[in-house]
Design a protein. Structure first.
Length: 219
């Protein structure tokens, strides 16, 4: 996860950096095991061994395997800036939307994310709870981040008032194009950068054509 250093006057408590490091190690170990064995095949014992910590330490950070799985998904989403509270104030509307979609597609084409989508799709029929956990921690969290960007664009008059929940899904689904499906089916190993750039430019233009409140909002 990418983080920024924040200055603070709070005195660090003994053991806190070590605890954060162990949590990171647990998440990384769990992520590897979930991708290798699925949620059903990975155990908390195996996570503890992979992370080099005790099982008690794993449970001190996470209540159970479902909570650990959700945390792994949230960590990956946050790595690309899609945490609602972390979304920065928007700049010029077109640039803000384009930057958002570039980050989103970088997340979507991440090989670990592609593998996790395939894993969840394979296990969802027999274990629908896995799909529910993934959807809440991944796509819903991403949508909420997009809603948080759209709201101030509406408030300052760049976009006309609209249902930001619907518009957020609309924007993300437009960005996916056929890239996501081709990646899932193994029909595409890498998304051509120029092709993706042209696609996202068109998506933003189309979105602003639907929602821009005034011509200059398109940039």
């Amino acid at each position: 996860m990418r983080t920024e250093k924040v200055e603070t006057t709070e005195q660090p408590r003994p053991g806190r950096p070590k605890s954060r490091a162990k949590r990171r190690d647990i998440l990384e170990a769990a992520g590897r095991l979930f991708l290798q064995h699925g949620l059903q095949g990975a155990s908390m014992d195996a996570v503890a061994r992979e992370a080099g910590v005790s099982k008690q330490t794993v449970y001190s950070h996470f209540d159970g395997k479902e909570a650990l799985f959700s945390a792994c998904i949230r960590a990956k989403v946050s790595e690309y800036g899609f945490e609602a509270a972390a979304v920065p104030p928007p700049g010029e509307a077109r640039a803000a939307l384009l930057g958002l979609l570039k980050g989103f597609m970088a997340l979507i084409v991440d090989p670990e994310v592609v593998a996790m989508h395939r894993l969840v799709a394979a296990e969802a029929a027999s274990h629908p709870r896995i799909a529910a956990l993934f959807f809440e921690a991944g796509p819903l969290a991403t949508r909420d981040a997009v809603r948080q960007l759209l709201a101030p664009l509406v408030a300052r008059g760049d976009l006309r008032p609209h249902d930001t929940t619907y518009a957020a899904w609309q924007l993300l689904n437009m960005a996916l194009g056929d890239f996501h499906m081709r990646l899932q089916f193994g029909l595409l190993e890498r998304v051509p950068e120029a092709e993706l750039e042209a696609h996202l430019q068109r998506v933003v233009d189309d979105f602003l054509g639907l929602y821009a409140a005034r011509p200059e909002a398109c940039g």
